[in-house]
Design a protein around this ligand. Sequence first.
Ligand SMILES: CC(C)(COP(=O)(O)OP(=O)(O)OC[C@H]1O[C@@H](n2cnc3c(N)ncnc32)[C@H](O)[C@@H]1OP(=O)(O)O)[C@@H](O)C(=O)NCCC(=O)NCCS
Length: 197
Amino acid sequence: MSKLHYVQYTNSRENEYLPAMRQLISKDLSEPYSIYVYRYFLYQWGHLCFMAMDEHDTLVGVVVSKLESHRGAQRGYIAMLAVREEYRGQGIATKLVRMAIDAMIELNADEVALETEVTNTAAMKLYERLGFLRSKRLHRYYLNGNSAYRLVLYLKEGVGSIGMSYGIPLGMDPNQLPMGYQDAALPVSKQENGQFL
Ligand SMILES: CC(C)(COP(=O)(O)OP(=O)(O)OC[C@H]1O[C@@H](n2cnc3c(N)ncnc32)[C@H](O)[C@@H]1OP(=O)(O)O)[C@@H](O)C(=O)NCCC(=O)NCCS
């Protein structure tokens, strides 16, 4: 499989990035988002959007998110996540989500939330491995009639009162974590010339 690199979205390259992003994301949606939905997120929180590109700079994965004040807390929200079908199962989405979360942590986020279809096994596995917890089941949440889970990741001790921090049980030595936790414990955002390694 080709070598990938990870980049942060920038609005100065909207003409290049946005059409590719829409094409990738709309492939997996029954009701494609309008361009205004993308612009709502990207104009305000382009710095919380990360992309995986192949060696030809073709987009193979993307995460779109935002960070806002919500009931006195800084709440991050993962709005869109997609990886091209032939690139799935290699950890690309996990890395993109971790980059978004790391960027939110830098901005003092308290928690991160999202919704995903209850039947989306890959997404549920990915998010729960990162420490997201099921906070609510939303009956017939999507237009296709499917139900969703709202998932929440608590980033600070005492917030959400669940004794977890970014997927790590509080008080546990990060070096002694069980399999599956180690990756979540490490910030991945090593940036060099606008690119993440
Ligand atoms: C969900 C999605 C983004 C995951 O992308 P990805 O790059 O393959 O994700 P990762 O490789 O980081 O991790 C996926 C995890 O799900 C597992 N998985 C993938 N397909 C699965 C399936 N059908 N059943 C069970 N587990 C599955 C993988 O094994 C992996 O877990 P592991 O690391 O413990 O083995 C991708 O499947 C996708 O684009 N789906 C369509 C859009 C979508 O559903 N977006 C999410 C909306 S919230």
